[in-house]
Structures are given as C-alpha cells and as structure tokens.
Ligand binder design. Structure first.
Ligand code: BEZ
Length: 194
C-alpha cells in the first residue's frame, strides 16, 4: 500500500498562513473529528464526487476493499461540501488518517450563505485520490459498486454506513448529488451488513 503521509507534508500550499480552509466532500462533511475555528457550506467547480477510491484500511480490508469518495475532473460540475477553517497543525493527523492514496491539493472554494446564495471565495485545501494512485478502483456499474459497498467492512466500520451517512448529510445541506443518491437507492434494495 502506498503511504502518502510524507508526500503530503511537502505539499504545504499555505506556508505562513495562521489558518486555512479545508474543504470536505466525503466523510469530513459528517465526521469532523478535529478542532476547527468555524465551518461553512461551500462548493468547488470542475469536480464531481465519485465512489471510485478503494478503502483497504478504513471501510474495507486489503482482501475486500470498500469504496469511498474521491473527486474526478468534470467540466461544468459543481461539488458541494463543508469547508472548515483550521490551523495548519490539524493537517498532520489527517495526512496519517488519509494515507491510502489521498494527496493535498489547492482549489478555489465558494462559500454559501443560509439562503443558499454565494458568499465569497477563498483558496482551500482538499484531499484528492487521483486515478494514478494504487488504491484507485475507478468506475463500475452502479449495482456492482453498491454490492461491494454493502459487503465491505473495515476498522472504521461498515462501508454501507459511510455512504448512508454521506447521503444524509448532503440531504441535510439541501444538496442534490445524483451519483450518491443513486448509489443509496441501490443500497436500499440490498440486505444490511450483518
Ligand atoms: C473529505 O471528506 O473531503 C475526505 C475525507 C477523507 C479523505 C479524503 C477526503
């Protein structure tokens, strides 16, 4: 398994900044187990959320990997999520947690206000698992992805829970994400993880 921890320590795009914005598009939306100064709903453009990254260490195992979210470039796409203003020391534990293929990338963020209107922009950081990382699984028929997610289980819990929590969190944010909701529908037709 490639360990990206050391690579990420070199990808400090915010040297000298007291705090930075971290944009969460996956588990960070519903599970922020780190200290943050504030959080704001936000979106990034040109990226689409997909369950195309393998999880061998959190929501699956090396023999039976799960599937978790990453982003793929898609012209005209909008990916909604949650932005957290953090001090940069928060990143070190995240680098370790997300060491299975995720690299820090700098992106422009747009914030949303309570009415869903845009409310300013900033540079932000994402963790991105690109298609050249060894844990990348890529596209598969929706039903196959749902079956894999339904069966996979790792040290962080059932893969099914990750997908269902993400779908609920997006619904709460008022976000329509066709890929995630279609996967959720497929999962609903399958028996729960035992
Ligand atoms: C996210 O929620 O943005 C995220 C979480 C873990 C790895 C990569 C991204």
């Amino acid at each position: 398994m490639l360990d990206t921890t050391a690579l990420n320590q070199q990808r400090n795009f915010f040297e000298g900044h007291a705090d930075i914005w971290l944009f969460g598009y996956g588990s960070l939306i519903w599970k922020a187990d780190f200290a943050y100064l504030e959080r704001r709903p936000a979106f990034i453009t040109g990226w689409a959320r997909r369950f195309w990254q393998g999880s061998h260490d959190h929501r699956g195992t090396p023999d039976a990997p799960g599937r978790v979210a990453t982003l793929i470039r898609a012209q005209g796409a909008v990916c909604h999520g949650m932005a957290y203003r953090i001090t940069s020391d928060v990143l070190a534990p995240l680098d370790v947690r997300e060491k299975n293929g995720y690299l820090r990338e700098k992106v422009p963020l747009t914030f949303l206000n309570e009415n869903g209107g845009t409310a300013g922009q900033s540079e932000g950081l994402i963790y991105l698992a690109s298609e050249d990382n060894p844990a990348f699984l890529g596209e598969a028929p929706l039903a196959d992805m749902a079956r894999q997610i339904n069966q996979a289980h790792g040290p962080s819990g059932p893969n099914r829970e990750y997908l269902l929590n993400l779908a609920s969190a997006l619904r709460e944010l008022g976000v329509d994400d066709a890929h995630i909701f279609a996967l959720e529908q497929q999962l609903d037709r399958l028996p729960g993880y035992q």
